[in-house]
Design a protein around this ligand. Structure first.
Ligand SMILES: NC(=O)N[C@H](N)C(=O)O
Ligand SMILES: [Mn+2]
Length: 278
């Protein structure tokens, strides 16, 4: 009306009515918004990092799973020692088992699944819940309607006589942990004890907050931005990112995040821990 262009304002009232993590599976810059830009993607793949945005996710039937499509987003072909994939479970679907000696963590981003195993009663996992399945642990994830899971798997690295256990939980039940020198809020989904060779961090930033440490470290990361928007620095590159984006970080890639936009940023982060890198 005033005769100049301005950025459209976000319809916040609409967003407030949506369920938690809704944006992770319905990003605002989704393939449908990009259909008029032939060949456009924000995805990049470099030696020490990758950004894999939703318009690049390629789904195909997951071997051994029933009625489930999977998109492997991080695999050893990228240089990682773990896989990270999204599993879209449809009506009456079920999981397959990981290969021998492989541990698994599943986190529910959308929908609900039932976890069944031989040693305890079955459990329903809804959005924001997760399960850690030790290596060679017989289990099944079953879905009646639909669900989206993010799944991490890696070869378990034994240490002495330590063993891991089945863990079922949800982010909101995990305590906030100290983050000396940092402002973000941190929760960990797995125990910090030596038995576990990786952990999943849930990190929350308010708009304007950022990592104080410009991190360079031996650990690898697989990241799913669950909520919010910001800028991710990876090496010498600065990437605008939003909910639904996945990032692979190789050991020693310089990494830094600043949360922007109007809402909280929350990301889920795989990190290998507790093992001597030699
Ligand atoms: N890129 C990250 O957010 N890294 C974490 N702060 C971490 O390494 O714990
Ligand atoms: Mn890090």
């Amino acid at each position: 009306d005033d005769g100049f262009c301005s950025a459209p304002s976000i319809v916040e009232s609409d967003e407030k009515t949506k369920p938690i993590y809704w944006k992770a599976t319905n990003p605002s810059l989704s393939p449908s918004h990009l259909q008029d830009l032939p060949g456009f993607t924000r995805s990049v793949y470099k030696r020490d990092h990758a950004l894999i945005t939703p318009e690049s996710h390629v789904y195909s039937p997951l071997p051994d799973w029933k009625n489930t499509l999977g998109a492997y987003l991080i695999t050893p072909a990228t240089g990682s020692h773990f896989v990270m994939y999204l599993a879209k479970m449809k009506e009456m679907s079920s999981s397959g088992l990981p290969p021998q000696d492989i541990e698994r963590l599943v986190f529910v981003v959308e929908g609900a699944v039932t976890l069944t195993n031989t040693s305890s009663s079955s459990k329903t996992l809804t959005v924001d819940s997760y399960a850690y399945l030790p290596p060679n642990f017989h289990h099944s994830l079953d879905c009646v309607e639909s669900a989206t899971l993010v799944v991490f798997e890696r070869r378990y690295e034994h240490l002495g006589s330590h063993t891991t256990e089945l863990i079922v939980g949800s982010t909101d039940k995990q305590p906030l942990l100290e983050t000396p020198g940092e402002v973000f809020e941190l929760r960990k989904l797995l125990p910090v004890s030596l038995a576990y060779d990786f952990n999943i961090h849930i990190m929350d930033f308010q708009p304007g907050e950022f990592l104080n440490v410009k991190e360079v470290h031996y650990n690898q990361h697989g990241l799913l931005l669950l909520e919010g928007q910001g800028i991710y620095r990876l090496g010498d590159n600065w990437y605008p990112v939003q909910a639904g984006d996945v990032i692979w970080m190789a050991p020693f890639v310089p990494q830094w995040y600043a949360a922007l936009g109007k809402t909280r940023s929350r990301y889920l982060l795989y990190k290998d821990v507790n093992r001597n890198p030699l």
